[in-house]
Ligand binder design. Structure first.
Ligand code: UD1
Length: 352
């Protein structure tokens, strides 16, 4: 069986690693890893390959940044001849980024089978570019690997045939389970003893200057009560520079490598984020998470986990943070099948 994996952006890398490893060494499986080049900074890409113990990509399409249409179209144009040349039995795509939907479209047109890892998640908010990517990818995919039962329900409601849906669990948690012991050995010297960890990159939060200014002011308010550690995503860095708000009280840094970030997450008093994956990781780690969005495509992190949606409601942020600082944080548990074995289950289904 010839398998192509297509990845492109930071959150794809921890999802592909366990699937690559689970298929490695299976009889008659030949794998090709394609990086679209959507994320290209060393600290958004290369360091993740190293720390996750992945081979370098066999092919890098080097598309870089652009508008959504340009980036998606560039990936499609450059990927098509590679897929045609390899003629795989299946192409696996991951998550909800532009690389995911671009690859799914190419394969659907070439009539090459597509498997979507992390299928079925829905925020029901079509202003999010990722929601469009999820909807289109799931309509095109032949095999849909879901992380939780709510994903199966969403897909069935959209008319996806039951036999295409495989509930396998959460591959991102596979990487976390494997590397947490190593992360725990990571020093967080130079960072404050007690802190809230912040990440921010959603277009709805950072591309609108009024929203971004409001969030930064809220973070400055938070920093009066607890230190704020904030590794800044490249898109956010540009927007903050445009705004010129002084952020002297926040501990800003470049985007961090996987292990260092995991170490910081596991030791944080609270995490404030608009990321999808971090909502899942904090739920697994049992660390309180306040999500700066009004919706989530990962509702199980709210119903079962430690996640609370605070949106841009500063009062709610303050009151939830007070509970956390007073030792009254919401408790949760890891959802079923978030156990470090999702990659094995995907390999099992594929080989069957
Ligand atoms: C992408 C994904 C998002 C995911 C996020 C994780 C889409 C639509 N969005 O958002 O779902 O949560 O990755 O990080 O696919 N840039 C750099 N260096 C890089 C990459 C990007 O400087 O290595 C800058 C560029 O100016 C670029 C901007 O960041 O224009 C945004 O990058 P892009 O890949 O378009 O989207 P993300 O915001 O990273």
């Amino acid at each position: 069986m010839k398998v192509i994996h297509v990845v492109g952006a930071r959150p794809n890398f921890m999802k592909v690693a366990p699937v690559l490893a689970a298929l490695q060494g299976r009889q008659n499986v030949v794998q090709t890893l394609i990086h679209t080049g959507q994320h290209y900074d060393a600290n958004m890409s290369d360091i993740f390959f190293q720390q996750l113990g992945m081979p370098s990509p066999d092919v890098n399409l080097e598309v870089g940044s652009g508008t959504h249409a340009t980036q998606t179209a560039d990936i499609m144009t450059r990927l098509e001849p590679v897929v045609t040349g390899i003629n795989p039995d299946i192409v696996l795509v991951y998550g909800d980024v532009n690389s995911t939907v671009a690859a799914a479209l190419v394969c659907a047109k070439l009539r090459v089978r597509v498997g979507h890892v992390e299928a079925g998640l829905r925020s029901f908010d079509r202003t999010m570019p990722e929601e469009i990517n999820r909807l289109v990818t799931d309509q095109l995919a032949d095999m849909l690997f879901t992380p939780s039962e709510d994903g199966d329900q969403n897909l069935r409601k959209e008319g996806v045939a039951q036999e295409k849906i495989h509930l396998v669990g959460n591959v991102m948690i596979d990487s976390l389970v494997r590397l947490l012991p190593l992360a725990k050995k990571c020093s967080t010297e130079g960072f404050p003893e007690r802190y809230a960890l912040v990440t921010l990159h959603r277009p709805s939060n950072v591309d609108d200057s009024v929203s971004l200014k409001g969030i930064l002011e809220a973070l400055l308010e938070v920093s009066r009560r607890i230190a704020v550690v904030f590794p800044v995503h490249p898109r956010t860095r540009q927007r903050i520079a445009d705004l010129g708000v002084p952020l002297g009280n926040l501990h800003l840094s470049e985007p961090l490598p996987y292990l260092e970030f995991l170490a910081l997450q596991s030791r944080a008093t609270a995490v404030l984020t608009d990321s999808g994956g971090i909502q899942e990781e904090t739920t697994y780690l049992g660390v309180p998470c306040l999500t700066l969005r009004t919706n989530t495509e990962r509702p199980i992190t709210v119903t079962m986990g430690t996640n609370i949606l605070v949106g841009q409601d500063r009062q709610k942020l303050t009151s939830e943070l007070t509970k956390i600082l007073d030792g009254q944080a919401k408790r949760g548990q890891a959802p079923p099948l978030w156990d470090g074995r999702a990659g094995d289950r995907i390999a099992e289904v594929l080989c069957r």
